[in-house]
Design a protein around this ligand. Structure first.
Ligand code: Z5A
Length: 213
């Protein structure tokens, strides 16, 4: 019997909306339901891709060209898919990934203004047919996320951007939800953490009723 492909779940949203906090909650629910889970993130997920993440995020004197930024995230993604995501899914494991290509459309497309068709071309080249099955979008007004990040301190290169950039990121995410409503589960991340996790639990319940591979 051929192995059923695992479920590919991604978590997206602007800065400070609570992705890291809620990744742990989602992972716990999936594991409690008995599924074999790989938890990972982008950019990153392998040693080489994490090095690319550092190149991508570290603050530096030299400004980073928009196309360089785009190619760095797709270089990291190519490695991550080949070494981690695709093997896990093929083996029937579930993959839970903190950000994926929706972030590229939101940040490099919406935020930086790079052409959407160029991103789509790279998406097809690097990913083939691979797309997330389900995406949780943690959505909150940008001032809420910014305040949470500021309280945490030590901002990376992208977190230094102005609010206009983050408004474009948020509106691009919401436009993607409108274009693919079946894939996205939008969570109101402005609520207290307990309420955010209640929303996540409701959204996860039907997924966790699936048969084990
Ligand atoms: N990027 C890109 O440009 N293109 C791409 O293709 C990809 C990524 C894949 C790294 O992502 C950067 O890469 C990111 C986009 C870019 N840049 N930005 N900005 P990252 O995921 O590592 O960084 P981030 O988006 O900035 O995430 P973050 O700063 O780590 O925030 P978070 O994970 O969403 O939030 P958190 O750490 O879980 O929570 C922040 C604080 O808020 C923390 O103290 C929590 O305890 C608190 N918190 C969380 N939820 C709540 C609620 N509900 N109430 C109150 N307080 C809360």
């Amino acid at each position: 019997m051929t192995q059923a492909r695992g479920l590919f779940i991604t978590v997206e949203g602007g800065e400070g909306v609570g992705k890291s906090t809620n990744m742990a909650f989602i992972a716990e629910q999936i594991k409690l339901a008995g599924f074999d889970l790989v938890i990972t993130r982008e950019p990153g997920g392998t040693a080489l891709a994490e090095q690319i993440r550092d190149l991508f995020l570290n603050r530096r004197a030299e400004s980073v060209a928009e196309m360089t930024e785009l190619l760095l995230v797709f270089a990291a993604r190519a490695q991550h898919i080949d070494r981690i995501i695709q093997p896990a899914l093929s083996a029937g494991q579930w993959v839970l990934c903190d950000r994926f290509t929706d972030a590229t459309y939101a940040y490099q497309g919406g935020g930086r203004g790079l052409n959407r068709d160029v991103i789509a071309t790279l998406e097809k080249l690097v990913q083939g047919e691979l797309r997330p099955d389900i995406t949780f979008l943690l959505d909150a007004p940008i001032d809420i996320g910014s305040a949470r990040v500021a309280a945490r301190g030590a901002e990376d290169r992208l977190e230094l951007e102005q609010s206009e950039f983050f408004e474009k990121v948020r509106s691009t995410y919401l436009a993607r939800v409108a274009a693919e409503p079946d894939r996205f589960r939008v969570i109101d991340a402005a609520q207290p953490l307990g309420d955010v996790q209640s929303q996540l639990r409701v959204a996860l319940t039907p997924l966790l009723r699936r048969e084990h591979g």
